[in-house]
Design a protein around this ligand. Structure first.
Ligand SMILES: Nc1ncnc2c1ncn2[C@@H]1O[C@H](COP(=O)(O)OP(=O)(O)OP(=O)(O)O)[C@@H](O)[C@H]1O
Ligand SMILES: [Mg+2]
Length: 267
């Protein structure tokens, strides 16, 4: 489990809004409603939560979910020491006590018996019962649960149960339009507008390969990484091969199709 707790920063984390997500999130926060962010990889979900935590002046606790994550990993456990046994809060319990925004990344990866722990926090009760100690922690104003997932992944039978889904307000995030994505890539990498525009245009063409079997299309993160390679001196075409094409697929046909698109861009 990856756990990050953000300190307070002077500058807001840079975030370019794509629609009404900032406003909707603020209303959810005021009402104590849990939020579900849906969107493809690298489209800005994590950055958005970091930005909102800063705007709302809340600490942020981030937990990356995986299929080994247990309820005890979230809530806490008794630890045995030479001088006895003591209780240690898990990250979820800590977030509730602190009135933090608790961000569970890729919630769909977590086992359903783990997800159920969130239920009493996401309805009118806003409580976290800790069975092992008998304590019930009441969530203070400010505590908010945020989860994210990428609906595009091939998940076999994995999905969230309706009883979980219907506890959240869902915000759909997608890739930004060209103008915004150029601004993001230029800001994040230090690349000039022309380079950012070239990469974003190429990225949008690569995204069209979804219809030809490319399961994961390039997110803004890959465009930023490619632009960073170019800014630090790698020739742009080589930067695209390494930063944009190679990470996306091992399928020789798809890789060739993507390299052709790169070559056509720089012909
Ligand atoms: N709207 C945006 N405003 C500012 N930066 C953005 C935005 N969208 C994407 N980025 C840039 O793209 C990078 C990737 O975004 P982020 O890590 O938030 O994606 P994500 O949706 O959380 O992806 P994943 O599902 O893989 O965790 C960010 O570090 C940032 O540089
Ligand atoms: Mg993320």
């Amino acid at each position: 489990m990856q756990l990050l707790s953000s300190g307070f920063r002077k500058e807001p984390p840079y975030y370019v809004p794509l629609g009404h997500e900032v406003e909707i999130f603020e209303h959810c926060h005021a009402h104590g409603n849990a939020v579900m962010l849906k969107g493809p990889t690298g489209c800005g979900k994590t950055r958005f939560v970091e930005h909102m935590a800063w705007r709302l002046g809340c600490p942020l606790v981030t937990i990356s979910c995986h299929d080994d994550l247990s309820a005890s990993d979230l809530v806490g456990r008794f630890l045995v020491r030479h001088d006895g046994t003591f209780w240690q809060d898990g990250p979820l319990t800590r977030a509730v006590r602190e009135g933090a925004i608790c961000y569970l990344d890729e919630l769909v990866e977590a086992r359903s018996d783990t997800v159920v722990v969130l239920h009493p926090l996401t309805d009118h009760r806003r409580i976290l019962p800790i069975d092992k100690t008998g304590e019930t922690v009441i969530a203070p104003t400010g505590f908010q649960l945020v989860v994210s997932y990428n609906p595009g992944y091939q998940r076999m039978l994995k999905d969230l149960k309706p009883s979980t889904r219907q506890r959240f307000v869902a915000i759909d995030l997608d890739f930004p339009d060209t103008e915004r994505e150029v601004a993001i890539v230029a800001h994040e990498s230090g690349a000039d507008q022309a380079t950012a525009f070239t990469l974003v245009t190429l990225g949008r063409r690569l995204r069209e390969l979804r219809d030809r079997g490319l399961a994961e299309v390039p997110g803004t993160r890959l465009l930023v990484a490619t632009a960073q390679l170019a800014v630090s001196g790698v020739e742009l075409r080589q930067a695209c091969y390494a930063g944009l094409v190679a990470p996306l697929s091992d399928d020789p046909c798809l890789v060739e199709a993507m390299r052709d698109l790169v070559d056509a861009t720089f012909a």
